[in-house]
Write a protein that binds this ligand. Structure first.
Ligand code: NAD
Length: 279
């Protein structure tokens, strides 16, 4: 069984996903980049999706190949149906199949409600929610076609939806983003219920505050970081690797019985920290 702890020789981390084929969207930056690298370190072949920034995507590919696994970069806009269909068709052509889909790509277009344009609303929903729907749908088709290959994994495939604490925490001034992540949570649970009988596991990872380009303003000055830390009981801003490690764990057979769960990786941000002293 893949991920068996009884095997010896290669360290466990390098065996957890050995022989599996993974695709990570938005993998040339931040959390997606760290996740693609971590999946490669865990033994998976990895497709590094990007929409802009081919140079950075190639650097990620090189780093992953350093682990002795296959990798290539693929340009596609996750909100474009044809491009997602082509992207998944290519991994099946080049790697033979797909075992892990990490629907990570996302963005913010922040605005107070009364100033928010329909374009700002639509863009965030298109990328953060519809993009994940398209990626999940195309991966699920291949998972169902191929079924379980016991030497590779106990499940027929894994889908990880990159969500956020804003799946459950309202966020004034970001109604498009919070709505997209709330939608991701219900989409994930519905897909998990629908696909579990096919031995496909769908889960979400919900990051708290992680140091990436999406939220630089929230941590790049000492004052901003001090304000942010008030929201984090564990009193540290997260690193992309904190999320990447969670994705490796939840896609490995060690967590084979985890279905339809959101794993919050947030230093306790979802624990209503204001109630530690108030309320
Ligand atoms: P990031 O800006 O570093 O990375 C986002 C990636 O998505 C980039 O590579 C970007 O080019 C890509 N992308 C954007 N639109 C795309 C499209 N149409 N098609 C393909 N790729 C596209 O930010 P990040 O923090 O690494 O964000 C990754 C995910 O984590 C997002 O879904 C975000 O909502 C989520 N998240 C981040 C945090 C955090 O604190 N950084 C917290 C909660 C959730």
């Amino acid at each position: 069984m893949a991920g068996s702890v009884e095997e010896s020789g290669t360290p466990l981390i390098a065996r957890l996903l050995r022989g599996q084929k993974a695709l990570v969207t938005g993998a040339n930056s931040g959390i997606g980049k760290a996740t693609a690298i971590a999946l490669g370190r865990a033994g998976a072949d990895v497709v590094v999706n990007y929409v802009v920034g081919a140079d950075e995507a190639e650097k990620v590919v090189e780093q992953i190949r350093g682990f002795g696994v296959n990798a290539y970069a693929h340009e596609a806009d996750v909100s474009d149906e044809d491009q997602v269909v082509d992207m998944v068709a290519r991994i099946v052509r080049e790697f033979g199949t797909i075992d892990i889909m990490v629907a990570n790509a996302g963005l913010q277009r922040d605005s107070a409600l009364v100033d928010m344009t329909l374009a700002q609303w639509q863009k965030v929903i298109d990328v953060n929610l519809t993009g994940q729907f398209l990626c999940a749908r195309e991966a699920a088709k291949e998972f169902m076609r191929r079924g379980v290959v016991p030497e590779v994994s106990r499940s027929a495939g894994k889908i990880v939806c990159m969500s956020s604490v804003h799946q459950i925490v309202p966020w004034a001034g970001h109604v498009n983003y919070a709505s997209s992540k709330g939608g991701v949570g219900m989409m994930m649970q519905t897909l998990a219920q629908e696909l579990a009988p096919h031995h496909i596991r769908v889960n979400a990872v919900g990051p708290g505050a992680i140091r990436t380009p999406i939220n630089t303003a929230a941590w790049d000055t000492p004052d901003a970081e001090a304000e942010l830390l008030k929201l984090i009981p564990y009193r540290r801003v997260g690193d992309p690797e904190d999320i990447a490690n969670a994705v490796v764990a939840i896609t490995s057979d060690l967590l084979d019985y985890v279905v339809g769960t959101t794993l919050y990786v947030d230093g306790g941000m979802t624990l209503f920290p204001g109630f530690a002293t108030g309320g």
